[in-house]
Design a protein around this ligand. Structure first.
Ligand SMILES: Nc1ncnc2c1ncn2[C@@H]1O[C@H](COP(=O)(O)OP(=O)(O)OP(=O)(O)O)[C@@H](O)[C@H]1O
Ligand SMILES: [Mg+2]
Length: 314
């Protein structure tokens, strides 16, 4: 693979946007393409593309296999907790998706999820075990984190006294909300407490599992929905897109640790001083893309013990 910052990447990721004969392409998220088939109105096909967004802008380049890594990690965590936490997803095997034309098997393999359509709970259930990012900025400004009063003297990347819930809306731009607002969006307090307890149990068990592998799971965001009245996990689960994973041996109090995600891209974009963080984004050098791909494969291998594709295939 090319390594000079100015050279173009020779490898191609999957940018999404394909039309599938007989299916309706009904939603394009930043990362996922959603399709439905008229014969299965209660299900949908979610395809994790290799698109990459940073500062809420989708880049022109793709990171080969990024969507496969996100799907692989989600599947790993769903299986870890499947004995007590139901999920909306049915299968990730293209062969098991009804009416999917066989010529899509190869391009979708590893990145497709056939899932029941849930009645989505429009709250992002964010749990934080460490201070970082917007949480740290809020603490610096107010001494608090959402409604939680915090002790003085905490630093960037400090461990919090307890895992804290900092819910946001699930909207175009996610806004912080109070517990009372979350209860209202969820419908009632009992259900809100149930969602919080489920999320906390998943997060704490995952933290322990990750820590045993040398990785700190600093925070994460879950999405829940209801299928036939039952609470289920939807969307992605504890991926590097929805979570901060830090190498345990690289935490220095007062500094934001390097994280296993798009930080390489973000720091490249910060160096593009002319860019105003609005589309169109600057071109990302091939070297930045290939380093980002390597980071995604690294965290995938550490967490799950495997990668969805051979590391050098691109
Ligand atoms: N089983 C499900 N039932 C209903 N909605 C789902 C289900 N699984 C995922 N979703 C929704 O599908 C969409 C997936 O798209 P994607 O993750 O690309 O986009 P996004 O949420 O719009 O953007 P971002 O994740 O970057 O905030 C999300 O809106 C998610 O809430
Ligand atoms: Mg999403």
């Amino acid at each position: 693979m090319a390594s000079s910052p100015t050279s173009q990447t020779t490898c191609q990721g999957y940018p999404g946007g394909l039309e599938i004969p007989g299916w309706e392409f009904f939603y394009q998220g930043k990362v996922r393409d959603l399709y439905r088939h008229p014969a299965y109105p209660d299900h949908m096909l979610m395809v994790a593309t290799d698109r990459l967004s940073a500062f809420d802008v989708v880049m022109n380049e793709t990171v080969p296999d990024r969507g496969r890594v996100l799907t692989h990690i989600t599947e790993y965590w769903l299986q870890e907790f499947s004995s007590w936490m139901p999920a909306a997803r049915v299968t990730c095997e293209p062969e098991e998706i009804p009416n999917l034309p066989t010529d899509f098997y190869q391009v979708f393999r590893g990145r497709c999820t056939w899932t029941r359509v849930a009645d989505r709970v429009n709250v992002e259930v964010v749990l934080r075990a460490y201070l970082a990012g917007s949480g740290f900025r809020e603490y610096q400004a107010t001494g608090r984190l959402w409604e939680h009063e915090l002790p003085a003297g905490l630093q960037n990347s400090s461990k919090l006294p307890a895992v804290l819930h900092t819910p946001t809306t699930k909207a175009e731009k996610d806004e912080p909300i109070s517990w009372a607002e979350a209860v209202e969006l969820i419908g009632n307090e009992e259900e809100a407490k149930k969602i919080h307890a489920l999320a906390l149990r998943i997060f704490e068990e995952a933290q322990a599992k990750a820590e045993a592998k040398g990785v700190i799971l600093a925070d994460t965001k879950f999405e829940f929905g209801r299928v036939d009245g039952e609470l289920v996990l939807i969307d992605e689960v504890m991926t590097p897109d929805s979570s901060r994973y830090w190498p345990a041996d690289q935490i220095v109090p007062g500094q934001e640790p390097p994280s296993f995600d798009k930080e390489i891209v973000r720091s490249y974009l910060r160096s593009c001083e002319d860019w105003n963080r609005q589309p169109p984004p600057p071109a990302i050098p091939a070297e930045v893309i290939s380093k980002t791909r390597a980071q995604y494969l690294d965290i995938c291998e550490i967490l799950t013990g495997s990668t969805p594709v051979p590391r050098d295939e691109s």
